[in-house]
Design a protein around this ligand. Structure first.
Ligand SMILES: Nc1nc2c(ncn2[C@@H]2O[C@H](COP(=O)(O)OP(=O)(O)O)[C@@H](O)[C@H]2O)c(=O)[nH]1
Ligand SMILES: [Mg+2]
Length: 235
């Protein structure tokens, strides 16, 4: 853990109490693709603010949710995750969490439990999205079911920062979840989980009818996402 320092002015976190401000944090092992995901989402005109003294990068973004302008700060680590732990101020006042693992490195999936435990220590209630990144490198991984997501009822998104699959959906959903958490509402999380469940049921039904679907290349990002949850196959 980093040592305690005086709160820097760039990090005035009281602003996150304001109605139109949300803070979304990103967790996961080194090199799972956290920074690349943010850069991919914010590609057009992102303004990363490197606060190297604090092992932190802030990505500022403006979103519109239900007609309201929302100022989003995405918090990204700058190496502190190597120590498998973040400073308490990283979690402070966060409204949602994006937790990433790399489908090519099993250990990053195993380490999710350490990250999740620490997250819940500081933020017991905030929405958390689980992200399986780098599916471009191994598309078969989208057919696997990852029990960690089920165990903690976390929505699971299969994404690729490299080719952009599901990235916009992931971040837009994270923003909506952060806003609905702020408004004390579970509604959008229910919607997200229901969407995944319906997709799963449909997929399982489809698989009963058709033993083999020969359309891997036609899979749309959202289908891939649902396929993984269904433990189904797309080829
Ligand atoms: N194939 C592939 N490589 C990725 C993807 N996302 C990130 N990477 C690579 O993984 C490495 C680590 O990415 P980075 O964003 O720095 O990880 P971080 O430490 O979690 O922030 C870099 O070499 C990236 O180019 C992806 O979706 N697919
Ligand atoms: Mg990084």
């Amino acid at each position: 853990m980093a040592s305690d320092r005086a709160k820097p002015c760039e990090l005035d976190q009281e602003k996150y109490d304001a109605d139109d401000n949300v803070k979304i944090i990103c967790l996961g092992d080194s090199a799972v693709g956290k920074s690349k995901l943010m850069e991919r989402f914010l590609m057009d005109g992102f303004r990363p603010q490197q606060l190297s003294t604090y092992a932190l990068t802030l990505y500022k973004h403006t979103a519109t949710v239900d007609g309201k302008t929302i100022l989003v700060d995405f918090w990204d680590t700058a190496g502190q995750e190597r120590f498998q732990s973040m400073h308490a101020s990283y979690y402070y006042k966060a409204h949602a969490c994006i937790m990433v693992f790399d489908v090519q490195r099993k250990v990053t999936y195993k380490n999710l439990s350490t990250w999740y435990t620490e997250l819940r220590e500081f933020r017991p209630e905030i929405p958390c999205i689980l992200v399986a990144n780098k599916i471009d490198a191994d598309i078969k991984m989208t057919q696997k079911s990852f029990s960690f997501a089920r165990k903690f009822s976390l929505p699971l998104y299969f994404v690729s920062a490299a080719d952009g699959t599901n990235v916009v959906k992931l971040f837009n959903d994270a923003i909506r979840l952060a806003v609905s958490y702020k408004h004390n509402s579970q509604d959008f999380m229910d919607e997200v989980l229901q969407e995944l469940e319906v997709g799963q049921a449909k997929m399982l039904g489809g698989l009963k009818k058709t033993a083999s679907l020969q359309r891997d290349v036609e899979c749309k990002p959202v289908e891939r996402l649902l396929l993984g949850l269904a433990g189904g196959t797309c080829s």
